[in-house]
Design a protein around this ligand. Structure first.
Ligand SMILES: NC(=O)c1ccc[n+]([C@@H]2O[C@H](COP(=O)([O-])OP(=O)(O)OC[C@H]3O[C@@H](n4cnc5c(N)ncnc54)[C@H](O)[C@@H]3O)[C@@H](O)[C@H]2O)c1
Length: 443
């Protein structure tokens, strides 16, 4: 089989490479000529573990190629996937569908045989129908069907998520389109991955409902963490005690600085707008959006409080700026709220992130970027952990203490144990846990 993948971002590039690993011939298209040039040279424009090997292997096997020309990519394909961005539209929070509709118009120009047009981008209910209308208006006689195939991969573990997903969701109205999709995902049928076949609208809504539910779960445990701080409870143990209930589950119950990233903030907001448009408000999600925004903004105050109420003339070391570990993605990262607020409060900021600094430097002016954690700590008044990269989990605490002017750590990811930090002589602030241990008590 042969497909074209429009958009070589986090989703398009990973999906394209993984389909080629399934044995499909894949041509990835991007209008960003620089990105395509780099891919042709064998460079991977994003940080995603394992992606370089996967791409190299499939390029060498002749199954994966890159171009800026959609006409070339669409020659003889069974399906063309739209995997372009759907950011929040400035001002109103609706998903900006201009890239999706732009791609639909371009596809219409190159359709010359039956093709399934698949939206892999996260798009609000009704977008697939509009893609269909755009193509039909431009090409009344063209043979095509539109399908929805939302993507659930997570940055940082994207390849594993694509190759061994919890489920595949396919929304399509015709048997012919469903059959093409079934063939493309055949390797996943063979390992008995649940495939949810639905109507177009249902598939589109599944993606938003899933992301919004996860955002609700995170925000719920964050508010419970705040309550824990007031009453002397430990959110880590509360989450464990809750999560062991099979109806609840342990995942996404990690208290932190508020969700960020390329999906949850924009997708929760877009779902809120869709609900309002259809006079069916999703009030839980409206509240979650509000609570999370306020939470991210309030996090800087924790750093200020830990430093005695003022950051004037102080230096703060920041470990981690990407929105989560194992990615260089900075979209809506909590660091984008926290670091400017620290600077406004008078702090100088020294920061280190294993993969995100190149992108972050464009978004966070005035930060001194360091080569490793210890360089960032050197001479700082305190350290704040914003992203739980593995390498921040095992810092040499003696060295940390020696490098800092004061042994003050603000751990917004609960990487360390309050008991260990107290024993190491740190003034330690974390999320939803008492400063001194009543943790890890043996049964
Ligand atoms: N990033 C994630 O973890 C993730 C996970 C699941 C779903 N999604 C969804 O997938 C979609 C893509 O997200 P992403 O993070 O990969 O975006 P991205 O911004 O990393 O990549 C989008 C790419 O599309 C290209 N593009 C835009 N219009 C084009 C056109 N007409 N022709 C060719 N190329 C074009 C851009 O140049 C860019 O390289 C979004 O809807 C997102 O919500 C993302």
């Amino acid at each position: 089989m042969r497909i074209a993948m429009i958009g070589t971002g986090y989703v398009g590039l990973v999906s394209g490479a993984c389909f080629s690993e399934f044995g499909v011939e894949v041509c990835c298209v991007d209008k960003d000529a620089g990105k395509i040039e780099r891919l042709k040279r064998g460079e991977i424009p994003i940080y995603e573990p394992g992606l370089d090997d996967l791409v190299a292997r499939n390029v060498a096997a002749g199954r994966l190629s890159f171009t800026t020309e959609l006409a070339e990519a669409m020659a003889g394909v069974d399906a063309v996937f739209i995997a372009v961005g759907t950011p929040s539209r400035r001002g109103d929070g609706h998903a900006d569908l201009s890239y999706v509709y732009g791609a639909a118009e371009e596809i219409a120009r190159h359709l010359d045989h039956y093709t399934v047009v698949v939206t892999k981008s996260t798009v609000p209910v009704g977008t697939g129908r509009e893609v269909e209308r755009i193509i039909r208006a431009a090409r009344p006689d063209a043979a095509f069907d539109v399908a929805s195939n939302p993507e659930f991969l997570r940055e940082g573990s994207a390849i594993g998520d694509f190759m061994r997903p919890d489920r595949v969701v396919i929304g399509a109205g015709s048997d012919r389109a469903r059959e093409v999709m079934r063939q493309l995902y055949r390797p996943l049928f063979l390992i008995e991955t649940p495939i949810v076949m639905t109507a177009l609208e249902t598939a589109e809504l599944i993606k938003y409902a899933a992301n919004a539910f996860l955002a609700v779960k995170i925000t719920f445990i964050n508010e419970i963490a705040d309550l824990c701080e007031k009453v002397g409870a430990n959110v880590h143990d509360v989450a464990k005690g809750m999560g062991l209930d099979g109806r609840i589950g342990r995942k996404f119950l990690h208290a932190g600085p508020g969700y960020g990233g390329s999906c949850f903030p924009k997708d929760t907001l877009a779902l809120v707008r869709t609900g309002q448009d259809h006079d069916s408000p999703v009030r839980i999600v409206e509240t979650v959006v509000d609570v999370n925004d306020k939470r991210k903004k309030a996090m800087a105050q924790r750093v200020i409080d830990a430093c005695g109420g003022s950051l004037a003339g102080r230096t703060v070391a920041i470990l981690g700026v990407s929105f989560k570990p194992n990615t260089d993605d900075m979209r809506d990262a909590p660091s984008l709220d926290i670091i400017p607020a620290l600077q406004t409060a008078g702090a100088s900021v020294r920061a280190f992130d294993p993969a995100g600094m190149h992108e972050a430097a464009k978004l966070l002016p005035g930060v001194t970027w360091c080569e490793d954690s210890y360089q960032a700590l050197d001479g700082a008044d305190c350290v704040a952990i914003l992203t739980e990269w593995n390498e921040f989990r095992a810092l040499d605490l003696k060295r940390v203490k020696a490098l800092l002017k004061r042994p003050v750590m603000i751990d917004l990811r609960n990487v360390y144990s309050p008991a260990d930090m107290a024993a190491a002589g740190f003034t330690y602030t974390s999320i939803g846990r008492p400063a001194q241990a009543n943790e890890d008590v043996a049964p």
